[in-house]
Design a protein around this ligand. Structure first.
Ligand SMILES: Nc1ncnc2c1ncn2[C@@H]1O[C@H](COP(=O)(O)OP(=O)(O)O)[C@@H](O)[C@H]1O
Ligand SMILES: [Mg+2]
Length: 244
């Protein structure tokens, strides 16, 4: 579903060049949940941004649903974000002047899709994430956790083939964090979409099928899960050996 091969990305800061990703390769299957862990500054957000085309990779290839993405084409990057990829950010990125309903409807409005059916889907998505009763609120009237639930509903609106989530539980309380994990996990299974999530939480990482550790610009090692959500010990062990 998602195949990343030898991805490289560096940033120039004045005369300094920071090589963030150094030939990173990674695959995510349909319906699979993969977690990326790694220290702050190791390039986790850069990786997600390069996949979604928010940032441009320097080198390497990304294929999505069997097609190599042409990041040089702005049209293709736009199409990618509108139709193939749903994104959940650490700080929600809701539009402050739009209501909850309008925020979730935005992916449809941007594509010129109007009418009763998309609005029914918006309401169903809001119900699904438990925010049906907040549809006329503005983002500032919500808690951080509620904002994240709304942003997840927005990310799911177009039934994306790939869901990218950057520390989605980083700024929410543990109770909502668990709901978020349940929604992301069950949606990926039901819709057969790939889910690539960054987290610092071993507890939330344990929901994944695979956990990849990012170090020195590459995936340093992978941990396969066998459906044992409570098997946290090996994760803690890995974290210690990698000094993450
Ligand atoms: N736009 C940018 N310009 C310059 N340096 C950047 C930019 N974005 C990220 N970096 C640098 O790239 C490195 C990786 O950042 P990031 O991907 O945000 O890490 P993480 O998400 O793992 O904490 C950091 O050293 C950061 O300072
Ligand atoms: Mg980050």
């Amino acid at each position: 579903m998602l195949r990343i091969q030898s991805l490289s990305k560096s940033y120039r800061l004045g005369s300094n060049e920071v090589q963030v990703l150094r030939g990173l390769s990674l695959e995510v299957g349909a319906g699979e949940m993969v977690v990326i862990m790694g220290p702050s500054g190791s390039g986790k957000t850069t990786l997600l941004n390069c996949i979604s085309g928010i940032d441009l990779p320097d080198d390497g290839t990304v294929s999505l649903q069997g097609q190599v993405v042409d990041y040089q084409s702005e049209t293709e990057r736009t199409r990618l974000r509108r139709h193939q990829i749903g994104m959940v950010f650490q700080f929600f990125n809701l539009i402050p002047t739009l209501t909850v309903r309008e925020n979730v409807a935005l992916p449809f409005l941007i594509c010129g899709i109007r009418g009763k059916q998309p609005m029914r889907r918006v309401q169903a998505l809001l119900e699904e994430v438990g925010m049906g009763h907040r549809s006329e609120h503005l983002p500032f009237q919500l808690s951080g956790g509620e904002m994240q639930l709304v942003s997840i509903a927005r990310a799911l609106a177009q039934r994306p083939a790939l869901l990218l989530a950057d520390e989605p539980t980083g700024n929410v309380n543990p109770h909502i964090g668990r709901s978020i994990m349940e929604i992301l996990r069950s949606t990926a299974r039901r819709e057969n979409s790939g889910l690539l999530m960054v987290t610092h939480s071993p507890e939330h990482a344990a929901w994944a099928d695979r956990i990849c550790f990012l170090k020195d610009g590459r995936i340093a090692c992978e941990l396969l899960q066998h459906g044992q959500r409570d098997a946290l010990a090996p994760i803690h062990e890995k974290l210690l050996t990698l000094e993450i």
